[in-house]
Design a protein around this ligand. Structure first.
Ligand code: ZN
Length: 415
């Protein structure tokens, strides 16, 4: 192993930059985020890159190709975390990319294109009610009101950005000209159990799932738990229970379609009262927008049928709708070939979680390489990868970079 031990040591070291040690909490534009960014700037410069902090607080390192000023292949991920996070979500993708560039630099290798490593700051969206601020700035798709978003202490994102050393007025200038960008490749832990269950260290992502979310309200007739006979009830919670099972069935209806009820509440919520109202959420995801929409329409119809049969009123409000972001077939092929050259069966899988690559898909061809994580656990201190898998991730990324051939965005993925 050439890269694994050093990369794992660096990931351990990087986890020092936290609001609450020994836990890891590094929210966007905090002091600990700035400390991590400063450390990353040092490591990038040691790896032969020219490095700076952009206006959105993204750490950017550039390794020139065989001629200065060539279009760049972008690599990287995020260095912000959730509260009480693991060490690998996001950070692995940034530090693996730095390790690959450091090896090129050590050997004096210049490629026929430039490489830029990006350490984004706002992938998790924990501090402010916005997300992907760094990657959306690079893609030129940042929401105009993002700077006005406030954290729970009332601090505006724009003010926090200024304090951090960023430049709220300069956000628009961070957007890249597509002509200067060859693509974006993100290494990331899988955050799911698929690779582990297949005994594979790495996987090639096909798409980042699109998602539909709904808020459902079922209204029935509240009553005394002792006096209303079963046959005369219109119990919205019992109806909601049947609906939750319908959501589960819809999720299992086809491969890669997942459906979840993550929250349910009953009112008034007393042991001796038949509820008058039940509310719950639905989260539906798929790499294929068509099958997600078909499944959603079918599910909403099923819920209406259940409500009518049980004599309860049903209200369904859509709360979120995001299309899938498809990985570029040409980049997927080249990643798959690099994985195969490492002696690993190339396995393709969708990403159920969102990533910075989702934002970059609006700018350029994108692809993702997933690394197996223990038990599929993430957003948790128990998050773990092996040193062997970390080593393979850098080895495969480096091999991919050495043979990388630009792909056409135009011929790119369409659902
Ligand atoms: Zn992540």
């Amino acid at each position: 192993m050439i890269f694994g031990p050093a990369l794992m040591a660096r990931l351990d070291d990087f986890a020092r930059h936290s609001a609450d040690r020994p836990a890891l909490t590094r929210l966007y534009l905090t002091q600990e985020h700035r400390a991590a960014a400063d450390q990353l700037l040092i490591w990038m410069r040691e790896a032969g890159m020219a490095a700076h902090l952009d206006a959105a607080g993204t750490v950017v390192g550039r390794y020139e190709g065989d001629t200065p000023g060539l279009p760049a292949l972008l690599l990287g991920s995020h260095i912000d975390t959730v509260r009480n996070a693991g060490k690998y979500d996001g950070n692995l993708g940034v530090l693996a990319a730095v390790a690959a560039v450091a090896e090129l630099n050590r050997r004096g290798e210049r490629l026929p294109y430039a490489i830029e490593v990006l350490g984004f700051g706002d992938e998790e969206g924990v501090r402010f009610p916005v997300t992907l601020t760094g990657s959306r700035a690079v893609a030129g798709t940042i929401a105009p009101d993002a700077l006005a978003a406030r954290d729970r202490d009332g601090i505006a994102l724009g003010d926090a950005l200024k304090e951090f050393g960023g430049d709220p007025a300069g956000l628009a200038a961070v957007a890249r000209d597509p002509a200067t960008v060859l693509g974006f490749v993100e290494v990331h832990i899988e955050q799911g159990p698929v690779l582990e269950s297949r005994g594979l260290p790495l996987g090639i992502v096909t798409a980042i799932n699109g998602a539909s979310r709904y808020a459902v309200t079922v209204t029935g007739q509240a009553g005394h738990a002792g006096t209303v006979p079963m046959a005369l009830r219109h119990d919205p919670l019992a109806a909601a229970a049947e609906m939750v099972l319908a959501v589960e069935t819809a999720g299992g209806a086809e491969p890669d379609l997942v459906a979840t009820v993550g929250r349910i509440e009953a009112k008034p919520g007393a042991v001796n009262v038949i509820p008058g109202q039940a509310t719950f959420t639905i989260d539906l995801r798929s790499p294929r927008d068509g099958s997600r929409k078909t499944a959603a329409a079918g599910l909403l119809h099923t819920l209406a049928v259940i409500a009518a049969r049980r004599g309860v009123a049903l209200d369904i409000q859509p709360t979120h709708d995001a299309p899938a972001a498809h990985c570029h077939p040409g980049l997927m092929r080249q990643l798959g070939q690099a994985v195969a050259r490492a002696g690993i069966i190339p396995h393709h899988l969708p990403s159920g979680a969102g990533h910075d690559a989702m934002a970059l898909a609006a700018l350029c061809p994108m692809a993702m390489l997933f690394v197996r994580c223990k038990g599929g656990i993430s957003h948790n201190p128990a998050e773990a990868i092996t040193v062997e898998d970390a080593d393979l991730a850098v080895t495969v990324l480096l091999d991919f970079l050495r043979r990388f051939e630009p792909v056409s965005f135009a011929e790119g993925p369409r659902p």
